[in-house]
Design a protein around this ligand. Sequence first.
Ligand code: ZN
Length: 527
Amino acid sequence: MPVWLFVLFAAAAAEAARLPPARYDLVIAGGRLVDGTGKPAFRADVAIKDGRIAAIGNMLRSQAARVIDARDLVVAPGFVDVHTHADDLADHPAAENFVRMGVTTVIAGNCGGSALDVADALARIRDAGPAINYATLIGHNTVRRAVMGNANRFATLAELARMKSLVWRAMADGAVGFSTGLQYVPGTYAHQPEIIELARVAANAGGVYASHMRNEGTELEQAVAETIRVGESAGARVQISHLKVDSPRRWGASAKALALIDAARAKGIDVEADQYAYTAASSSLGIRFPAWVLEGGQAQIAERLNDPGIWLKIKKEMMDLLADRGLTDLSFAVVALYAADPMLNGLSMKDVAKRLEPDDGADAQLEAARAMMLTGGASMVYHFMSDEDVTRIMRHPQVAIASDSSVLSFGDGMPHPRGYGNNARVLGVYVRARHVIGLEDAIRKMTGLPAEHFRLANRGLIKVGYAADVVVFDPVHVSDAATFDKPHAYAEGIPYVLVNGEPVVDAGRQTNARPGQVIAKSLMERK
Ligand SMILES: [Zn+2]
C-alpha cells in the first residue's frame, strides 16, 4: 500500500471513531405511516431504539445506524392476530406463515382449547425463542376435560369449584383471558351458569372472554345473545370469535348478529368480534356429527358408529342437521388433513365417496365420513358462507381481522389458506380491489382495535414508547398467494416485518432473528 493511501485510510478511521454513536438503531424513512388508530395516513420517518419506537417525524435518517427506505410503502404496526391456534409455537418458533403475512403477535388458546399449565407452556415458548410475540387464553374445554373428562352432563358444584381454581391459576400464570368452544366436546355439554362462573374468574383477573359460540348459523342470534349475556353477567369484555353465517339457509343473518352487538354496546357491554376474510371455514370432521356421538373417547365413538341401528339414527340426524342449514349433502366439505390416508387431502367428500364407496351420493358421503371418523377423524375445510355476510361483517367498526390459523408446516396437508394469506387478502382484495373498507380502517382492525380489547399494553400502534412491532408493505402489490387448491404460498408485497425492533422479514426474506416475547402480564399490572 502506498504511504499516501495508508494516511488517507488512517484519517478516515480516525474520523469514524470521532463520530458519535448513531442515535437510533433503525429508521424507516419516507413511508406513508398508518399508525393503527384509524386516523388518516401521513408521511413520516419512524425511528427505533432498543426495541421501541423512539421517535416519529422527519429527517431522522441521518441519525440512524441503519435506514430502511420506505418510499412508496406503507408503514403500519405489526399485525395482532387475536384468534389463532398457534399453541404449538414452541415446536415451530419461526412461524413463517404468520411472519410472512405481517403478523407480529398471536393469541393462542382459542375455541376452548389451550395448554392446561399456562406457566409451563409460556416457559417452553420463551425457551424456544419465537420469531413473534405470543399470549394465550385458558380454554374451557381443556379445563372441563381435566376435571370431568368428556362427560355429557352439567358440572357438579365440586367440579365447578375445581374448574374455577384451574382458570384462576392460568390467569395468575399469565393467561390474557378465557375462551370457550361451545360447538366442541366437551364444552358443548356445559350450560350457561358454568360458563358465566368461569368467565367471571377470568374477568376478575382482567381477562377477556372469547367465544367460539354454540351456533354460527341456524341459531346464530341465540348464540350471540348467549355470548353477550355471559359477558354481562361475568363483567367481562367479550370477543365473539370468527363471526360468520355458516348456513346457506341463514345467509344475510349477519345483519341481525351485528345489530345485537350494537345493542349490547349501547348498553355498555364491551363486545367486539373478529373474522377471517374467506367464505370457507376450517374445523374438525367430528363437528358434523351430533354432539352425543362424540361423548367419551375414540373407543366409545367407534362403538356407536359400529352399531348398525345407532349408525342409522346418527345418519338421519346428520341429514337433518344439514337440511336445517340448507344443505343436502357433504360436498361443501373438503379434506384438509387426514392422517390415515393423505391421498384424500384436498378432496371434497363427494370425491372421497367416489373413491371409498359404490357411489358419490349423500348417503355414500356420510358412509365415507363414518369410515374417516373410525380412523381418528380429519381436519376439514367447509365452504358454506356467503361473501355478502363476510363483507357486511368486515364493515362493522368493532370487528378485528384474525386468521383462526395454527402454525403451519410448509407443504403439509391442504390447510385453509387463511393461515398464509388472511391479512394480505384483506389489504389486497377487500381494501385495494373492492374498496369494502379503507386502508386506515383495515390496519386499525389488524392492530389497535384488537390490541386494546385484549389489553396488550404498548402494542398495536405506531407510537413513541410502544414496542417496535412494525410491518412495511407495498399497497399496490400486497396480496395473498395462498388458495384453497394451493394453500402453501406466502403472502406477497410485504418486504419488512419487525418484531421488537428486529427485522424478521428483511427485503422480503425471513431472517433468523427470534425477537418474539411472551406476553404474560401479572395480575397486578392488569387491574
Ligand atoms: Zn373456533
